[in-house]
Design a protein around this ligand. Sequence first.
Ligand SMILES: [Zn+2]
Length: 237
Amino acid sequence: MATVKISKHITYKEGTHSNTATRRRMRNDPNEEELAAMKLVAKKIFEPLRIHFDAPIRIISFFRSAALNKTIGGSRTSQHCKGEAVDIEATGDITNKQLFDYIKDNLEFDQLIWEFGTSKNPDWIHVSFTSTKPNRKRILKAVKDGNPVYQVVEAGIEVEQPEEEGITKKKSKKGIVAVKTLLNVRKKPSTEAKMVGQLKNGKKIKIVGEENDWYNIKTSKYSGWVSAKYVKLYKKK
Ligand SMILES: [Zn+2]
């Protein structure tokens, strides 16, 4: 399985990587159908983008097994679990907005999500493609502190409630920072993202969202992303 490539520019490892899965020694291998769906996403969206911009595009998260998705608090209906969705981020001089706009204006897709960020640039992009039904061309925007978190920008060809992916729909949770030194708060859910602050051990935080192994948190001073492994959740009553 490990020698299978998803596409010219996506290795099997990139398509199935997850820090949570690695840490918990969970398998995250797509079955044949899911692998076929991933290849289609790559063919219809990733590779055309890659060719158009002629620059590497980072895959943040692609396939997530149902078990993995449950572990990270993702929606049960996430297209990531079917191999139909990928989270991507631009590299180099290309911006996420450029990727977003190109997909929006030139490619066929099911859902395209502007993930957080600002009005000028999203933190990352979620995009999906399906072969099991007509692609809806639905455009959503994920906003911090919003209710719902996902707002419909363009409803596409069907009108129904937006379905979330990746980020939990549940109400905010509370956690306590558990670190020996300081916990970095970052602008995006990535260790490469800009730091916006640091939290001390024992600091209480409000968790408003989750993506992969990161919590989107709020304190009186900061709002940003922290690595989930350094946060202990309050026990639910
Ligand atoms: Zn996603």
